[in-house]
Design a protein around this ligand. Structure first.
Ligand code: HEM
Length: 407
């Protein structure tokens, strides 16, 4: 591992720490200043390089010589998260292990398998929204955006509806496993929940081995490539990854989207007038308020990005959010425009780890937003102060109070 020469402090004095309350409330002004003044920035607080320009972000995410395995990073420079998840998840594995797992799981988790679910996803959205119909005011995260993706993935996996409550609890804990700021007590709670979920999934896998059904767990058992198959432990880890990577992010896509539309009534009206614009609006929501702010890589050799020397073992944060708002790549990037032509964003990452669940996330957002707009013609924002969840690297609302009755 090389010694890195101490870089000059950022001229603006900005530290892009996710712990900062102002940054959490609105990261974009700080990201814009860094992108303009020092696009490849060494953050002194978190001891990592931060890339803010789209070209640098894409280049680093596509560079197969970089690693995602935290054990290969210099001590103290890569976020430590729930250990077991980090060790087993393909999100943190390099080739050849990553290539093998990704290739096997992609045979079961296909865009066609996702598309087939569309009618059932619409039913799930309608059932959830029916439960708040008639209420003048409700929290759209608790009532809808939170449970919606959890129920969809539970059904996809083939989880018994009777176990849904437990599954929601386990799934919430999986999302927590990505939080590097957990106290010891919270770590222990995540561990306990992880053990319960693991034991539960093992039982489901055994049952599906004996009697396969038309569900994702049976499909993961059946996948085979050149005689290679997934082991039970790998299927358990894969299911846990789908919950951790897919649920909070999709909740946030729908939550951030509703919030943006309610804050921009002219844009909301465009969607009400022309619902065919919803898929384009979802891309613009992904660009404008990405649920995943950043992802990380580790330099495996001394390298240079944007004229800055990055040493072997150093951690690099690709700021997807900063790249999404680059005014050179997107004219009027700080303007939310659901009819924008050719929306470009980096919110699903890039390269070998590009989000496996992107087709599912998009489908859920299309269906979910359409269902909300149809059912609630008078929807408007509540007056409650906004509360952004304190999950570093992610961006989503803890609550979103809305009024459903006419003003
Ligand atoms: C709006 C919702 C979502 C966003 C913004 C999102 C974003 C991302 C990003 C940025 C990555 C890449 C991380 C990296 O390159 O380091 C990723 C990976 C991944 N996502 Fe998503 N995701 C979303 C929804 C989902 C869903 C619904 C699922 C599945 C149910 C899912 C499963 C995965 C998996 C398995 C990976 C790891 C891929 C790999 O390592 O090869 N995601 N996601």
């Amino acid at each position: 591992m090389t010694d890195r020469p101490t870089p000059d402090p950022v001229p603006t004095g900005i530290e892009l720490t996710p712990l900062d309350a102002a940054f959490r409330a609105d990261p974009y002004p700080a990201l814009a200043r860094v992108r303009a003044e020092e696009p490849v920035h060494h953050d002194q607080v978190i001891n990592r390089w931060i890339l803010t320009r789209p070209d640098d972000v894409e280049r680093v995410l596509r560079d197969r010589a970089l690693s995602v395995d935290p054990r290969k990073a210099n001590e103290g420079t890569f976020m430590r998260i729930f250990e077991r998840f980090q060790e087993l998840s393909m999100l943190f594995q390099d080739p050849p292990d990553h290539t093998r797992l990704r290739s096997l799981v992609s045979r079961a988790f296909t865009p066609r398998a996702v598309e087939r679910l569309a009618p059932r996803i619409r039913e799930i959205a309608d059932e959830l929204l029916a439960s708040v119909a008639g209420r003048p005011r409700f929290d759209a995260i608790e009532a809808f955006a939170g449970p919606f993706p959890v129920i969809v993935i539970a059904e996809m996996l083939g989880i018994d509806p009777a176990d849904r409550q437990d599954f929601k609890r386990w799934s919430d804990a999986q999302a927590m496993s990505l939080n590097p700021l957990l106290t010891d007590e919270e770590q222990a709670a995540v561990q306990a929940s992880d053990d319960e979920l693991g034991a539960y999934l093992e039982r489901v896998i055994a049952a599906r081995r004996a009697a396969p059904r038309d569900d994702l767990i049976s499909a993961l058992i059946a996948v085979e490539e050149s005689g290679d198959q997934l082991t039970d432990a790998e299927i358990v880890s894969m299911c846990e990854l789908l919950l951790a990577a897919g649920n909070v992010t999709t909740t946030d896509l729908i939550g951030n989207g509703l919030w943006l539309l309610l804050r921009h009534p002219d844009q909301l009206q465009k969607l009400r007038d022309d619902p065919a614009l919803i898929p384009n609006a979802v891309e613009e929501i992904l660009r404008f308020e990405s649920p995943v702010l950043q992802t990380a890589r580790i330099a495996m050799r001394d390298m240079e990005v944007g004229g800055c020397p990055i040493g072997r073992g150093e951690s690099i944060v690709a700021s997807l959010a900063a790249a999404n708002r680059d005014p050179d790549a997107t004219p009027g990037a700080d303007c939310f425009d659901v009819a924008r032509a050719d929306v470009r964003h980096h919110s699903f990452g890039g390269g070998a780890h590009f989000c496996l669940g992107a087709p599912l996330a998009r489908l859920e957002a299309h269906i979910g937003l359409a269902a909300v707009l149809e059912r609630f013609p008078h929807l408007r924002l509540g007056d409650e102060p906004l509360e952004w969840r304190a999950l570093p690297g992610f961006r989503g609302l803890a609550r979103l109070w809305v009024h459903a009755d006419p003003a």
